[in-house]
Design a protein around this ligand. Structure first.
Ligand SMILES: [Zn+2]
Length: 336
């Protein structure tokens, strides 16, 4: 998910490594040659002011007003969670890998009550959910399955030494890594408007990458938090719970939102140009109509490279197969 278009060779290694058969629990770490560590902290992120917080794991940037990006740059997923602060309360859009506690960082940024909403329930966005007592979640079977968390075995490759930049966390810390069980305290659905005091955030259901994907939209500022639906890298659209029909509808809907000024994606870089949504809409159509040249990878994956991003999908999805959308998923599962 962290792969930049400029690093195609590296991306192939990581794409292959992340998807070894037969199931998610055999996921491998990226190969050493594919290390991205020389690129972090990314210059695109360093263009934003750093927030004054103490953390040896999160890089925290102020991206727009009282909006902070909490970047986990030292693990190869380069996950980004966002803290959106109003006058009365705050929203935390995703809780990261869970490799290091996120709540102490959040509490350095706000003393207001914090509600968690997840962009979707793949492991890399729900890792800190268990640290919070206010979580709004989609009421879908997929979401409920993922409330059970994930074992270390399921995520072992994510905690392998090769998955980190220096200083690589110690063995004991890595051996503990898993996704704890978490419990929603309420439901969130399309069209919900969350008034934080002085700023109103709209919830948009954005199925495709997963059945329970969401985007957040702040019309007053032209901000759109895209989750994994869009980021400036190789967008992963290959797992069995991905639905390409739904993804196309979602991208078309997001691309048509008025007055967008900035995308705030969930991997790699904390800002993207809203014009990319229209480009992705065209790209995914070209992929599905057979007008784009893809590179076949192991595990039935196919990689399509475009100017500003890539699309990593799988042959069964291109052939119209429908995967299980109810049993949950880590985000690392391959087609059998
Ligand atoms: Zn992700």
């Amino acid at each position: 998910m962290r792969l930049s278009g400029a690093l195609l060779a590296a991306s192939l290694l990581v794409a292959a490594g992340a998807c070894s058969p037969p199931a998610e629990n055999t996921q491998e770490a990226p190969k050493a040659e594919a290390r991205w560590c020389d690129e972090i902290p990314r210059p695109e992120n360093e263009a934003f002011p750093r927030a004054d917080v103490e953390s040896d794991w999160f890089d925290v940037y102020r991206v727009a007003g009282d909006t902070f990006a909490l970047v986990e740059a030292r693990q190869f997923q380069e996950v980004i969670s966002y803290l959106i602060i109003g006058e009365n309360e705050a929203l935390l859009f995703d809780t990261g890998l869970g490799f290091a506690p996120i709540r102490p960082v959040v509490e350095q940024l706000t003393s207001l009550p914090v509600t968690v909403i997840n962009s979707h329930t793949h492991f890399d966005h729900i890792g800190g959910n268990a640290e919070f007592d206010r979580i709004l979640a989609r009421d879908t079977p997929y979401t409920h399955a993922n409330e059970n968390g994930l074992s270390h075995k399921d995520l072992a490759g994510e905690a392998a030494p090769e998955s980190f930049c220096d200083p690589v966390p110690g063995e004991a810390e890595r051996a503990r890594f898993h996704t704890p069980v978490w419990a929603p305290t309420g439901v969130v659905k399309d069209g919900d408007k969350i008034d934080l005091g002085g700023r109103v955030i709209e919830v948009l259901e954005a199925p495709g990458h997963t059945p329970d994907a969401l985007a957040l939209y702040e019309p007053a500022r032209g901000l759109l938090w895209t989750g994994d639906t869009y980021y400036d890298s190789t967008v992963w659209l290959y797992v069995p719970e991905t639905d390409l029909d739904a993804y196309e509808r979602t991208i078309a809907r997001l691309a048509a939102l008025p007055a967008l000024k900035q995308l705030l994606p969930a991997h790699n870089t904390i800002s993207a140009d809203p014009a990319r949504l229209g480009e992705m809409k065209d790209a995914i159509r070209a992929v599905r109509e057979g007008r784009a040249a893809g590179e076949k990878l192991p595990d039935q994956q196919v990689l399509f490279q475009f100017e500003h991003f890539g699309v990593l999908t799988s042959q069964p999805l291109l052939d119209g197969a429908r995967g299980d959308k109810e049993s949950g998923g880590s985000g690392l599962t391959t087609w059998e």
